[in-house]
Design a binder for this molecule. Structure first.
Ligand code: AP5
Length: 218
């Protein structure tokens, strides 16, 4: 299984990638998670990425492409992976294609998650996450059992720095300008499958599994 999860910020890519990764035992490569961990650990990658993330902008292509190149070399990625949040620009997509050609592999499906801007803003505004075990919650849709604390490890939940209202709007604008063109790019390659992201996490997950199964058969 070699999949790309594409879609605007807050559509639920990360949530669905995590589920599919757990149920189908496939690793996920989430560029957002890798970058946030680097920021948290204050590495040189984190120092490079922080100002872009906080401003709602994309981290430069060369930095992210190199990160993914390293990720793909991991032994657990040799049989498959779910890419969550990469590629995000045409340049990244072309670089990925080149990397895969070198190893003789291909992307099998690109799942394109779709949701209205209004709902995206609601999901992003309510998101809280655990800085310790990374579990993601939503105050409106999936709140923790005890207010402000992680169900798994009891750490204090935090709001992502890029989930502030102004930064959310910037990220949506950046998505339209830099990432949306990937829809036609992958449509042209006959890899794109649209996923309706309306409804509960379970509803959307059923659509994801069904799309992946159809992809395997076709
Ligand atoms: P990244 O972390 O990738 O952010 P994103 O793509 O903007 O996506 P999000 O994580 O905000 O949303 P999501 O679709 O994963 O939704 P989630 O499942 O969390 O990137 C962050 C930054 O890093 C970028 O802005 C950029 O600076 C940099 N970056 C990352 N990749 C890069 C790249 N390739 N190139 C350059 N820069 C890059 O869900 C959102 C909320 O909704 C949660 O609270 C969740 O609980 C809830 N939810 C999920 N599904 C449902 C549902 N069905 N119903 C109700 N609530 C739901």
């Amino acid at each position: 299984m070699r999949l790309i999860f594409l879609g605007p910020p807050g559509v639920g890519k990360g949530t669905q990638a995590q589920r599919l990764s757990e149920t189908h035992k496939v690793p996920k490569i989430s560029t957002g998670d890798i970058l946030r961990e680097a920021v948290q650990k204050n590495t040189s990658l984190g120092a490079k990425a922080k100002s872009f993330i906080d401003a709602g902008m994309l981290v430069p292509d060369d930095v992210v492409i190199e990160m993914v190149r390293e990720g793909l070399k991991e032994p657990d990625c040799q049989k498959g992976y779910i890419m969550d949040g990469f590629p995000r620009t045409i340049e990244q997509a072309e670089a990925l294609e080149k990397m895969l050609k070198e190893t003789g592999s291909i992307i099998q499906q690109v799942l394109n998650f779709q949701l209205s801007d209004e709902e995206l803003v609601r999901r992003l505004s309510g998101r809280r996450s655990c800085p310790h075990c990374q579990t993601v919650y939503n105050l409106a849709f999936h709140p923790p059992k005890q207010e402000g604390a992680c169900d798994q490890c009891k750490s204090l939940l935090v709001q992502r720095s890029d989930d502030e209202p102004q930064t959310i709007l910037k990220r949506l604008e950046v998505y339209q300008r830099q990432t949306r063109p990937l829809i036609s790019y992958y449509e042209g390659q006959k890899l794109l499958i649209n996923i309706n992201a309306v409804g509960s996490v379970e509803d959307v997950f059923e659509r994801v599994v069904s799309a992946v199964q159809k992809g395997k058969m076709g």
